[in-house]
Design a protein around this ligand. Structure first.
Ligand SMILES: [Zn+2]
Length: 120
């Protein structure tokens, strides 16, 4: 039969070019994942260190840092809440987010991570 594959034809899965493509894709994905992970660890270590041992780093006055600092401060106060210091939305979705009460806000103001809010 003319249409039947011969034993000399490589199967699709054995094609060397496919193997190279898959390997390249996996290595590329692995590299990207690994790079993201390293960046996350580096960034979180800088941010977390500033939260616990303030050295007035460049980002320490940024509003997003102050938000994350308050968020993380609440995690240490209520240890079963606010687990995700980088993506707080996850805690909202999973029901593990904590809200600051008046006493919390006063303590946060004392350490400089909350503005002097009034009437809250
Ligand atoms: Zn901490």
């Amino acid at each position: 039969m003319a249409n039947e594959p011969t034993h000399e034809e490589p199967s699709f899965l054995e094609a060397p070019w496919l193997c190279r493509q898959v390997e390249t894709h996996l290595n590329h994905d692995s590299f990207r994942h690994s790079s993201r992970k390293r960046f996350h660890h580096w960034a979180w270590n800088k941010i977390h260190l500033e939260m616990h041992k303030p050295e007035q780093r460049l980002f320490s006055t940024w509003a997003v840092y102050k938000f994350l600092a308050r968020y993380h401060w609440l995690h240490h106060r209520y240890q079963n809440k606010n687990f995700n210091g980088v993506f707080p939305l996850a805690d909202y979705v999973l029901g593990t987010s904590a809200r600051a009460n008046t006493a919390d806000l006063q303590l946060m103001q004392q350490i400089g991570i909350a503005p002097p809010w009034s009437g809250r």
